[in-house]
Design a protein. Structure first.
Length: 418
């Protein structure tokens, strides 16, 4: 017996429901029990809505990798350790010989000869200086990059097709004639291309966020230094061989790199999410309630899946309780809402990629259309509006072209109702 299963019109919002419905239909047809395995047991990294967001995350997640590689190479060269290229939890590499530093024996695996405190402290201090020098402005740069990508995607999505959005790359991204590298250089540059200065409260918000990330960077740097010191001293105390110490050092620095990736990922998602939300709030008509819809993508965990499609109301100020009385939303979100108070603007956990798109209101964009599964209608509207502009000898219309974004929205709504 051949049975063909066809699932159509799948969107990020309905994929789970449609899949379960299809499985139940197949179960009934075959007269076999339903068994759906939970995704939450082995939760991995969730995808971003667009590749350019992943590109930025990868850029910063890998920032410490090159620093840690240089540090590892410095330490093994200074102490005469053999190189290890694969992280492993198996039995450490065994070898013989004395651990040396600057030509002097640091310790003998058999005797545990103590290290020279002065030489070892100099090595650790040089590592600390190297880290501090190379991470001096990293907090500001991460926050600025994240805010830039969050705001620019919202702006570009107003006048671009879904294909345009999918093709965006950091090295070719431009807005108002300015490259991403130029925009990301300073908050003044970002404010310039957005066409308006940041308010005092928004700049204060970014400063607080940057200070928080800077604290995490400082903590990470300290942890790296301490991990190196602890690894070597533990090797002396336990009479471990040079190969074993090198392997331990490689493993522990690998763990530090994963810790940093979680920090970078989390802060990028949190900052870009909030920047996008504030962009929508700023452009909403005065006095209009601003609602948002949560989106999660295939590969999300069970925790994220439970809030997929959730409608929330934006509040300009913190509330005592997230639960509200509203005809469309039961929950409110606001800037700085902590997780202990419920659903917030950022991610729920490390590797979370969930975000928010405007719900309700007259404005729409390519991001919202993608989440709703209405890409065809949106692209049709953009192409029609572009043709109309070309008829008026406007070859490259954008969000600064008078009436262009409004026309796209008008056409989009008409196609949805067709």
């Amino acid at each position: 017996m051949n049975i063909e299963l066809s699932i159509t019109d799948i969107t990020p919002a309905n994929r789970r429901t449609k899949m379960l419905k299809a499985i139940r239909a197949m179960s009934k047809k075959l007269n076999v029990p339903v068994s759906v395995e939970s995704e939450g047991k082995a939760h991995g990294q969730e995808p971003y809505l667009y590749d350019i967001q992943q590109e930025l995350a990868d850029e910063w997640a890998g920032y410490y990798s090159s620093l840690l590689k240089k540090i590892y190479n410095t330490v093994i060269a200074a102490l005469g350790l053999p190189r290890v290229d694969v992280e492993t939890m198996k039995k450490a590499i065994d070898d013989s010989g004395h651990l040396r530093y600057r030509g002097k024996t640091v310790y003998n695996p058999e005797t545990g000869q103590p290290i020279s405190n002065r030489d070892f402290d100099n090595l650790i201090e040089s590592i600390q200086k190297f880290l501090n020098r190379n991470t001096k402005d990293i907090a500001k740069r991460i926050l600025l990059d994240s805010a830039t990508i969050g705001k620019l995607l919202k702006r570009i999505a107003r006048y671009s097709t879904s294909a345009d959005m999918e093709k965006l790359k950091l090295d070719s991204l431009k807005y108002r004639g300015k490259t991403f590298d130029w925009i990301r250089d300073d908050f003044k540059n970002l404010a310039h291309v957005m066409g308006e200065p940041f308010t005092r409260s928004e700049m204060a918000r970014h400063q607080v966020a940057a200070d928080y990330v800077a604290q995490l960077v400082t903590k990470t740097n300290d942890n790296i230094r301490n991990e190196i010191k602890d690894t070597v001293l533990k090797g002396i105390r336990e009479h471990r061989t040079k190969g074993q110490v090198s392997q331990d050092l490689f493993n522990r620095l690998g763990g530090m790199n994963r810790d940093w990736k979680r920090i970078a990922d989390t802060e990028i998602v949190n900052t870009s999410n909030l920047a996008g939300i504030l962009e929508d709030v700023h452009n909403a008509p005065e006095g209009e309630k601003v609602y948002f819809k949560r989106y999660e993508l295939p590969g999300c965990c069970d925790k994220c899946a439970k809030i997929d499609g959730k409608i929330v109301l934006w509040s300009d100020k913190p509330l005592d309780n997230e639960y509200i009385k509203d005809p469309h939303a039961k929950i409110a979100i606001w800037e700085g809402k902590p997780q202990e108070k419920g659903l917030g603007t950022g991610c729920l956990h490390p590797n979370c990629r969930g975000g928010w798109v405007r719900w309700g209101g007259k404005s729409a964009d390519a991001m919202g259309a993608k989440i709703r599964g209405k890409i065809e209608a949106w692209d049709k509207a953009v192409k029609k509006a572009r043709d109309e502009c070309r008829d008026k000898r406007i070859d490259n219309p954008n969000d600064q072209t008078k009436g262009y974004a409004d026309r796209i929205n008008e056409l989009y709504q008409s196609y949805l109702g067709a």
